[in-house]
Design a protein around this ligand. Structure first.
Ligand SMILES: NC(=O)c1ccc[n+]([C@@H]2O[C@H](COP(=O)([O-])OP(=O)(O)OC[C@H]3O[C@@H](n4cnc5c(N)ncnc54)[C@H](OP(=O)(O)O)[C@@H]3O)[C@@H](O)[C@H]2O)c1
Length: 267
């Protein structure tokens, strides 16, 4: 089957961006970039379930977004590194929250740490990869059967500019390699799933979240000097790109990697 094409290509463009009535899942939706993606999808009309692992206020966060946007938003505790648990969580979300439907899945959960290559243990190496790479695959597996049954679905992966460049001066080989793997996984799934789903990646540059604020201040100053845009990204500046990818506004876009980095990867 060829790639899905909307029945009416003359739908006015802003209407094409609407996610009204769609069911979406965001992993790592409790804070940082993922939290803004939950806001963005909800503001565009989707009912949003988000998956988190440790966050204390996830239910209150979900309730606040639901109250402000008028759609359903619910938090689900799970772990993207645990395949069986994650598949069960996604099944529960689709059955109860989605009433049998699943339209959009954003594999966004991620972790990063600065480790020099010789210092990786089996555990620290595996941890980064199990969240950033394996976790994307288990999330994709959870979505696939629903997308395939519906004949239409949409997977978006939060990769990183680290998938294609090596950030300096910090040492984060596992993070960079895991993001490169996630990017190539997304491209592979885009081809494999072309009959029934689109798969795209978003690769942000430096974004002001806990992933960044945990780092020493002097690193932040160095990074800013490397970014032509002269500043890091507010996570709120990313949500519109994900809404675009999640919507019917770009039906011919699959296997793409949308880089949003203030020009960081250009020089
Ligand atoms: N910040 C940046 O500069 C930047 C740049 C490029 C790409 N990215 C990518 O963007 C994504 C989000 O990053 P962020 O900056 O928003 O990070 P963050 O603020 O540290 O948030 C990480 C999110 O991932 C969730 N998470 C972590 N491990 C998990 C697991 N095993 N199972 C389920 N959820 C898990 C966390 O849940 P809890 O709250 O429950 O712990 C949290 O919601 C990541 O994939 C990251 O690599 C970030």
């Amino acid at each position: 089957m060829p790639l899905f094409q909307p029945a009416n290509l003359d739908t006015p463009v802003l209407q094409q961006f609407s996610l009204k009535g769609k069911i979406a899942i965001v992993t790592g939706g409790s804070r940082g970039i993922g939290l803004q993606l939950v806001w963005g999808l909800a503001e565009a009309g989707a009912d949003v379930a988000f998956i988190y692992r440790t966050h204390q206020d996830a239910d209150a966060t979900a309730a606040q977004i639901a109250q402000k946007t008028g759609v359903r938003v619910q938090a689900f505790k799970s772990d993207v590194t645990k395949r069986d648990l994650l598949l069960k969580t996604i099944d529960e979300i689709v059955a109860d929250f989605g009433r049998g439907r699943l339209d959009v899945v954003i594999a966004n959960a991620g972790v990063c740490s600065n480790v020099s290559s010789l210092d990786y243990s089996e555990e620290s190496w595996a941890h980064i990869n199990s969240v950033n790479y394996d976790g994307v695959m288990w999330t994709a597996q959870g979505a696939e059967k629903y997308f395939r049954k519906q004949g239409k679905g949409n997977l978006i992966i939060t990769a990183s500019v680290s998938a294609t460049l090596v950030n300096t001066p910090q040492m984060q080989a596992a993070y960079n390699a895991s993001k490169a793997a996630a990017l190539q996984l997304g491209r592979s799934l885009a081809v494999e799933w072309v009959d029934f789903a689109r798969v795209n990646c978003v690769s942000p540059g430096y974004v002001h979240t806990e992933m960044l604020t945990r780092q020493p201040k002097k690193l932040l100053d160095q990074w800013i000097s490397q970014i032509p845009g002269g500043r890091v990204c507010n996570p709120k500046e990313l949500k519109s790109a994900y809404v675009f990818l999640a919507s019917d506004a770009c039906p011919y876009m699959t296997g793409a990697n949308m880089i949003i980095d203030g020009g960081f990867t250009i020089p």
